[in-house]
Design a protein around this ligand. Structure first.
Ligand code: BDP
Length: 668
């Protein structure tokens, strides 16, 4: 078991007869999957039928004893994967109606054209190998097909093939040829192809003098380029744009607004039904609180965007931290479509070295109540079209795939790709349900005799239950040993791995340092975002704004995100803030030690290869947690001037040692 087959591991199938009227490439794939994976009654007859039904929405499907019904071919394919999953996991498929929550469920690949992957921890790009190696090989085709199949099996229906920090070269005819080749392979699995584009492409690729979005020649350039793309890829999805953000060019370079820029592209794409996903990840060094900026820039533009523009907003107001409150833009922009962007790759949660199941983090965000249109206006309902009737709805996840044999590096990182797809399809699913499905599909092997009697039950007790519990606890463990109680962005610089709360050179812009985010001094710690501070709380709707503003009602998990508090501030537990910080760091490491024990006990129920791999990774994670705990406690102790509570273990590493060595290298 090298993990390459993901949650789609092949087993023995029973014979089945399939009646299907259509013969489109998508339906052919649907039939092929059923024939290869059928675990129902041998010799069953199954009808796949396409036609309208008022219970169906978009590419939804219905399952019953006769077969699968959907209003599109894609719906049939999703129905097939759902049915096969139910057969494998032992869930009933007697009467199911399932509709996708979002119309576009996209992966964003931060893959560079030279083959490197920004924030990728699982090897090089599956799509790109650089300028000199653009020819499509048979290996490429096989891999892209496997990728497409995995995506489709969890309902993902769109891919952005290149980094948001986009090279203009992606629109070069040489590259577009390869894009077409990829699109041709993704299409039979219902996956639409999108590209990230660089706003100054007209200058850098087209040789124009300007990229001003209101310039006639610039508009013409984009028109001609877009026509060229649609000639190659008639169902091309559209553009993703990172503009005027972290040094990327954008309309503001020409005195224009984000709306001017996005609308120009939207107009060009409109005749083809293409869309623009315009990112709200913007911040400048001028503003005093980075958390306020996306809201401040985009709210005044609400209503100014074309209807085929969607504003793509990261789940939190800063940047994919292990825990952030949701971005206040969700639900606040009422006349503009907004889509959540989640990060599947673990940039801030231990790369592919640490086990962190992210479904609980995304569930926390999607189920958060914004109160924008009264109680129950969750982030999910504000973005999926239930509350605001947007013409397009979407959700994106920054992919964690690479050329590693198991695609994702850490065997458990595969669960995050799986979870993203499942939640994008149905955000009402619980993390528990998703962990349950994934674990069964990824680890259970019907051909192995796990116990003496009743082998299935043995496996469930010995593997499924403890592993699921470990997964469900894992993200909170990362929060505890790295950034508990609302701490954020206190990483060692650049690689975003391991502690660096001391990072704060005067030469670096303040919002790229750690000291900016924790603001520790001898009086206390935390970022004051209340009404007496940056007033970021006011960007939330009442009653939430007041709840977050008041230290007595602010949830403790967000305490230091919103409040600057004295070290002896009393928490609900009765402990002082300092002691509570120490206990959280310590608890985090205890949790990972617990995962080691849990995993060791699963040995009889799992293949050797993955058992050893995860065992080793958990060793490293324990050490990483220790480094986090020691680094942060010893650093903050310089300000708190208090002892580490005596019932906790003493540090293992000294502060100077950790500071000298980059934490990511300590294990090497
Ligand atoms: C940050 C990453 C950076 C990305 C940026 C983005 O560190 O590599 O380019 O987000 O989302 O989290 O644009």
């Amino acid at each position: 078991e090298n993990g390459h087959q993901l949650w789609l591991r092949k087993g023995k199938a029973n014979p089945v007869t399939i009646v299907c009227q259509g013969s489109s490439p998508i339906l052919k794939n649907a039939v092929k999957e059923l024939e290869a994976g059928w675990l129902g009654e041998p010799g069953s007859k199954l009808i796949l039928s396409v036609g309208r039904d008022k219970r169906l929405k978009g590419d939804g499907f219905m399952l019953d004893s006769r077969g699968i019904h959907a209003s599109t071919d894609k719906g049939i394919l999703y129905g097939v994967y759902d049915l096969l999953r139910r057969q494998k996991t032992g869930e009933s498929a007697k009467s199911v109606v399932s509709n996708p929550a979002y119309e576009y469920r996209l992966l964003n690949h931060w893959d560079n054209l030279d083959g490197s992957v920004e924030r990728g921890y699982a090897g090089r790009s599956i799509f790109w190998r650089g300028d000199k190696d653009l020819a499509v090989t048979q290996n490429d085709r096989v891999l892209w097909q496997e990728y497409a199949r995995a995506c489709a099996s969890v309902g993902i229906n769109a891919s952005v093939l290149n980094n948001v920090n986009a090279s203009p070269r992606i629109l070069d005819p040489e590259y577009l040829k390869r894009v077409k080749a990829i699109a041709d392979i993704l299409r039979p699995y219902g996956i639409k192809t999108f590209l990230s584009v660089n706003f100054s492409s007209p200058v850098r690729l087209g040789g124009l003098k300007t990229s001003d979005p209101l310039d006639k020649d610039v508009i013409r350039w984009w028109k001609v380029k877009t026509e060229e793309i649609y000639k190659l890829i008639p169902d091309f999805g559209g553009f993703l744009v990172k503009a005027n953000s972290e040094g990327q060019p954008g309309p503001q370079d020409f005195g224009r607004t984000h709306a001017d820029g996005a609308n120009m592209m939207a107009d060009v794409l409109k005749p083809y039904r293409g869309i623009v996903m315009w990112r709200a990840f913007v911040y400048s060094s001028q503003e005093k609180d980075r958390a306020r900026q996306a809201y401040n820039e985009f709210m005044p533009l609400d209503g100014a965007f074309r209807d085929n523009v969607i504003i793509q907003v990261k789940n939190g107001p800063i940047d994919f931290q292990p825990r952030e409150p949701f971005s206040p833009l969700f639900g606040a922009m009422k006349k503009t479509a907004v889509m959540p962007e989640l990060q599947i790759t673990q940039e801030y949660l231990g790369h592919s070295y640490q086990l962190a199941f992210l479904a609980p983090m995304w569930e926390e965000c999607l189920k958060s109540d914004t109160y924008q249109e009264g109680k129950g206006s969750t982030v999910a309902r504000c973005t999926d079209g239930s509350i605001f009737k947007y013409p397009y709805t979407a959700i994106a996840g920054v992919a964690n795939t690479g050329l590693d044999l198991n695609w994702c590096g850490h065997p458990f990182a595969q669960a995050n790709w799986y979870a993203f797809g499942r939640q994008a399809w149905d955000h009402t699913l619980t993390s528990e349900q998703i962990a349950d499905e994934w674990t069964k599909l990824t680890f259970y092997n019907p051909d192995v005799a796990y116990g003496k009697s009743e082998k299935h039950g043995d496996w469930e007790r010995g593997f499924l239950k403890p592993v699921k519990e470990m997964m469900l606890e894992s993200r909170e463990a990362v929060v505890n040993y790295s950034m508990p109680l609302g701490f954020h962005h206190i990483f060692s610089a650049d690689d975003h791995y391991g502690p660096g709360p001391w990072f704060g050179p005067k030469s670096v812009r303040p919002d790229w340092t750690s000291v900016y985010y924790h603001q520790a001094d001898t009086n206390g710690v935390g970022f004051n975002r209340t009404r007496s501070g940056s007033n970021a709380v006011s960007q939330y709707h009442e009653p939430l704004a007041s709840q977050l503003n008041d230290v007595q009602t602010c949830p403790e998990k967000y305490l230091l995100w919103f409040h600057h508090l004295p070290w002896d501030f009393k928490l609900k537990s009765g402990k002082t803030l300092w002691d509570e910080i120490c206990f959280h760091y310590d608890h985090g490491i205890q949790q990972v030690r617990g995962f080691q024990k849990t995993w060791d006990l699963t040995e009889p129920y799992v293949d050797k290869q993955r058992f050893l791999q995860v065992q080793n990774l958990l060793m490293r994670q324990t050490l990483d947690a220790q480094v986090w705990k020691d680094g942060c406690i010893l650093y903050f102790q310089q300000f708190s001037r208090r002892p580490v509570p005596y019932d906790l273990e003493r540090p293992v590493f000294g502060l100077e040692f950790i500071k000298k060595k980059r934490p990511i290298l300590i294990f090497e």
